[in-house]
Design a protein around this ligand. Sequence first.
Ligand code: COA
Length: 336
Amino acid sequence: MTDKLIPLKIAGIGYSVPQTVITNDDLTKLYETSDEWIYTRTGIKERRVVSGTQDAIDLGLEAAKKALGKAKMSPDEIDLIIAATSAPPDLYPAMACRLHERLGISHAVPAFDLTAACTGLIYGLSVAKAYIASGMYKNILLVASDNNSRLVDWTDRGTSILFGDGAGAMVLTQAEDGVDDIISIDIKADGNFGNLIELAFDGKNCPLVEQCEEKPKGIRMNGRGVYTFVAKILPKYVEEMLEDAGMKAEDVDYLIPHQANIRIIQAVQERLGYSDDKVVANIKYYGNTSAASIPLAIAESVEKGNVKLGSTAILCGFGAGMTWGGAIVRLREGIC
Ligand code: COA
């Protein structure tokens, strides 16, 4: 531990998505819907889903290896693993422990999962920031990976149209040049709105006592309620985050938001007065990949040449809880 706060460097970012593409037209085989209905309300044309034995750990592992490669770091140099996930294949062992094993890390390090649904990446970044600032850990692997295609109710056309599977990972370390890549970060939750998106855990009471009510299976969402809640809070929240950081919208190069609904992304874009080339929106091809969506959006847009590194970005997300959060970050050259 040290008395001085240590600045954080984002050293590497990677992503991974499954091969299998499910288009809106494919979904018409499952229920009454249309590409036009889905696309106009959400901005989604297709999503990727895992198939067979592939799961969120496989995706997380691939994203982690890419992020480590960009950071030029070996898995053995990592001294903390955080997995941000709300759709893992198992409740335990934690996904972070599975990743410890799959990365072949030869010694014991702390590894835990963090559940903040689609805000998971921002929550994880905030935890990592505090650990690095305190000097408690030096090299942190943050993996955001969700496998919602196994948890949605594929008969519910209001919810299953939205989600896709994917993973993103970040390697976070001490910034030796003294420049902190997290210019500002904030996380929030309001449990009073918890019933807007729910995934009940299965289970029965001991057979010797009165039984509890059986809970509905799969993700239950009040889509209209989520939309109204987020459209009301998020644009204002992002504006206030900039103000609190003593910055103006034009001081930041890009908006890279959670990809849940194109109309919500546009509402934040309008509030900031950004042109389309400053906003990352890849929801069309991936749907809502939950905690993975922000790192996936960063790394994929850099790969496509839509985001130039050596820049700054506003990240913002929201999800079940309700949780929300944002960060203003520096994206250094060479990180993805
Ligand atoms: N295809 C065709 N019709 C559909 C449909 C689909 N896939 N899903 C729902 N409908 C129907 C409903 O049954 C309803 O019909 P009714 O009026 O006859 O009852 C009608 O469309 C309107 O339903 P509603 O749920 O009010 O639609 P909406 O305009 O709110 O759009 C969402 C639904 C889910 C696209 C939209 O609310 C949304 O994107 N919300 C945000 C959700 C979100 O971002 N969640 C993740 C948070 S991390």
